[in-house]
Design a protein around this ligand. Structure first.
Ligand SMILES: CC(C)(COP(=O)(O)OP(=O)(O)OC[C@H]1O[C@@H](n2cnc3c(N)ncnc32)[C@H](O)[C@@H]1OP(=O)(O)O)[C@@H](O)C(=O)NCCC(=O)NCCS
Length: 297
């Protein structure tokens, strides 16, 4: 298994599949801007800081024609930022870059299953490549308003570095994949606010994050073992940001999260799908108030 060694290069349908260079990262940003994904070079470089070969490209006679990012969450691989040259859509490049992402995650990173979030209009594209839709996920957006007062028997406060391992274990049980790397990165970022909640007996009951992404705040992951803890986390995380625009994603099957997010001023605006290859992700939607968007870290 290669981790940080030389780039694993392959040939897929006559195209060269390899690791994105600085020039490729710069060249893909205008493609992403057309989709209004709100990506910066810093976002793509952060993905690369987690795995030097995470950003994959397809080259046709040396020219980039398709791009995607990969993430290794323990034994689960994640795919994001799937995009092809806008001038060459519908010619098989999407299918080929997806095959490259799966090949890289399985052969170079040793993952057992792969997952991604798909926009509603691309669900069929993934299903045609053998992916299964595991469940709808709602996108919530709005202007944050004053959170309701949380239950008094819970202790909520900043997440200390010493609690990161326990927080990551809780997140792993809820999300179904090990995102410890992402959580540590979020914790280290100056633009993040991180919170932890304990129950009356001092047991860890939840962890949550919100961060300033420039255009808006990204809320998530927010993971908790019960509704009261989720409420306490949301109140603590959002209190300083009243009046700011925020975005969160949450599994449709978590009914209470929709109410809690609405209380904060966030309403459903879109639906995406969790798609998986080689088996369902063992995630627990009832513990996921905000699932977090791995593509943005
Ligand atoms: C989605 C995207 C990556 C597909 O790439 P592409 O190069 O156009 O796709 P391909 O030509 O490889 O198509 C592969 C198959 O999927 C089908 N397909 C492609 N886009 C589709 C769509 N939006 N809806 C349904 N089917 C689609 C094709 O008809 C083709 O079917 P076939 O195997 O029966 O021939 C590309 O349209 C894109 O970059 N879109 C903008 C970014 C985006 O939305 N990315 C997805 C994020 S979830």
């Amino acid at each position: 298994m290669t981790k940080d060694g030389p780039s694993p290069t392959a040939t897929i349908e006559g195209l060269v599949a390899t690791t994105a260079t600085d020039a490729h990262l710069a060249a893909v940003l205008p493609w992403m801007a057309l989709e209004t994904w709100g990506y910066s070079l810093e976002d793509l470089e952060r993905i690369r800081s987690w795995d030097a070969q995470a950003n994959r490209v397809l080259l046709d006679r040396g020219r980039m024609v398709a791009f995607l990012s990969t993430f290794t969450y323990g034994t689960v691989g994640w795919v994001g930022n799937v995009i092809t040259d806008p001038a060459r859509r519908g010619s098989g490049l999407g299918r080929a870059i997806l095959a490259e992402g799966v090949r890289y995650l399985q052969h170079s990173r040793g993952v057992r299953q792969v997952a991604l979030y798909a926009y509603g209009h691309t669900r069929t594209f993934y299903e045609r490549q053998g992916w299964a839709a595991q469940g709808p996920v709602r996108v919530f957006c709005g202007t944050l308003r004053s959170p309701p007062t949380p239950p008094k028997d819970l202790q909520v406060g900043p997440l200390d570095a010493a609690d990161l391992a326990a927080a990551s274990a809780l997140d792993r049980r809820a999300f179904g994949a090990d995102r410890a790397l992402v959580l540590a990165d979020l914790h280290a970022r100056p633009t993040s606010r991180c919170a932890l909640v304990r129950d009356h007996a001092g047991r860890l009951a939840g962890v949550g994050f919100i961060r300033d992404d420039g255009a808006e705040l990204l809320l998530g992951p927010v993971v908790s073992t019960d509704e009261g803890s989720a409420r306490a986390l949301l109140a603590y995380l959002c209190a300083p940001f009243c009046g700011a625009r925020a975005l969160a994603i949450s599994p449709l099957s978590n009914r209470t999260s929709a109410d809690q997010l609405a209380e904060l001023g966030l309403l459903p605006v879109d639906a995406i799908h969790l798609m998986t290859l080689q088996g369902a992700l063992p995630w627990q939607p009832r513990y996921l108030t905000a699932a977090g968007a791995p593509e943005k870290g």
